[in-house]
Design a protein around this ligand. Structure first.
Ligand code: FAD
Length: 117
């Protein structure tokens, strides 16, 4: 039962960074296939995340707050809300979801498939 809190937190930070960066690169106008891919990704992720307690909580969270896949904005704000739910449960501060764009940079430059920029 005794885990390593430092390793768990480090994995959490790296994972959240990846997840937020990914949703912020999701298309503004996704195809039905892209929408299914994102939804399937999060459901698979919740089954596979390598911290049993975290994975179980996230599976329950997905039932209550299903992934929003209609657009980049919808997906990004959904993930921000989901992360804030985890923050609340862990006694952490709420993150302002209007600061997503300035917080996460994928380092990959403008998205050639984006309709603007
Ligand atoms: P983190 O929560 O890791 O966040 C990293 C950075 O992201 C913050 O510093 C901030 O800049 C930014 N951020 C914070 N909130 C948001 C937001 N809402 N939207 C966008 N950006 C934000 N740990 C446990 O002990 N028990 C658990 O049950 C648990 N469940 C988890 C479930 C998942 C799916 C994941 C990915 C992680 C889970 N963790 C859990 C780890 C936990 O969420 C934190 O990652 C870890 O405690 C480190 O916290 P932190 O304070 O460094 O910030």
């Amino acid at each position: 039962k005794m885990g390593n809190e430092t390793a768990k937190a480090e994995l959490g930070r790296a994972t959240w960074r990846f997840l937020h960066t990914m949703t912020l690169r999701f298309p503004d106008h996704p195809t039905p296939e892209q929408r299914t891919t994102l939804s399937t990704f999060f459901h698979s992720f919740a089954l596979l995340y390598p911290c049993g307690e975290c994975a179980n909580h996230f599976q329950e969270l997905l039932k209550e707050l299903p992934p929003q896949t209609s657009s980049r904005m919808a997906a990004s704000l959904w993930l921000c809300s989901a992360h804030n739910r985890v923050n609340k449960r862990l006694g952490k501060a709420e993150f302002p979801c209007d600061k997503l764009d300035e917080t996460y940079d994928c380092g990959c430059g403008p998205d050639p498939s984006a309709s603007t920029n």
